[in-house]
Ligand binder design. Structure first.
Ligand code: GRF
Length: 201
């Protein structure tokens, strides 16, 4: 990678987009050496798109349903990343499996944030409130979030960092979710900063 100051970043999201918003705002305050060039979503009318409009970030909706098969969808996502000259991708609540063409388009420079201490509570179906429900139901004392490199299996890439959050005796899945989220947003930004600075050196 030639220049890290202003690494071209894309964020992929399927939901409320709080992580997307925080990354864009940090970049706009010059606290992160990235230019957020693009939001890619797999759905219309989600919070992440509303944030992209407010923050004037281009967005592209690439719905799997519009393609014959996974491979064609994967090609379209990859081609979009190449067209926008994207060097690094953050998955921030993106609920689709990433395909090999998409990974190759950024040479594997792709990280994901997950709201549990992986490898616990990861994998297919383990997203959003499902994760926190399972953590509370199993009587865990500690949960948290994980940032990891992405490969073509759900939540299985190499772990970069984790942040723990105590599970309180009276926690509901919702209360735990909101405390994990509060920790997760700044943690993702800190990890992103650190990964980019290591790329640079
Ligand atoms: C985060 O909790 C992340 O761990 C998970 O999806 C959630 C996305 O939240 N993968 P938001 O859309 O950024 O608010």
């Amino acid at each position: 990678m030639t220049s890290i100051k202003g690494t071209n970043l894309a964020i992929l999201a399927s939901g409320t987009g709080t992580n997307f918003k925080d990354i864009v705002e940090s970049a706009q305050r010059n606290e992160l050496p990235v230019e957020v060039k693009l939001l890619i979503t797999d759905k219309e009318e989600i919070g992440a798109i509303a944030h992209a409009k407010n923050l004037q970030i281009p967005f592209v909706v690439i719905k799997p349903r519009s393609f014959l098969n996974f491979d064609d969808w994967d090609h379209e996502v990859a081609e979009t990343l190449v067209n926008y000259e994207i060097e690094f991708v953050v998955l921030a609540g993106f609920l689709r499996k990433i395909g090999p063409h998409t990974l190759e388009a950024v040479k594997g420079q792709m990280i994901n944030t997950h709201p549990s201490l992986l490898p616990s509570y990861g994998g297919k179906g383990m997203y959003g409130i499902n994760v926190h429900k399972a953590v509370v139901e199993n009587g865990e004392k500690v949960s948290g979030c994980t940032v990891h490199w992405v490969n073509d299996h759900y939540d299985e890439g190499q772990i970069i960092g984790q942040k723990q959050v105590e599970v309180l005796p009276d926690d509901t899945p919702e209360s735990l979710a909101s405390r994990v989220k509060a920790v997760e947003n700044p943690f993702l930004i800190a990890v992103l900063k650190s990964v980019l600075s290591k790329n640079q050196s």
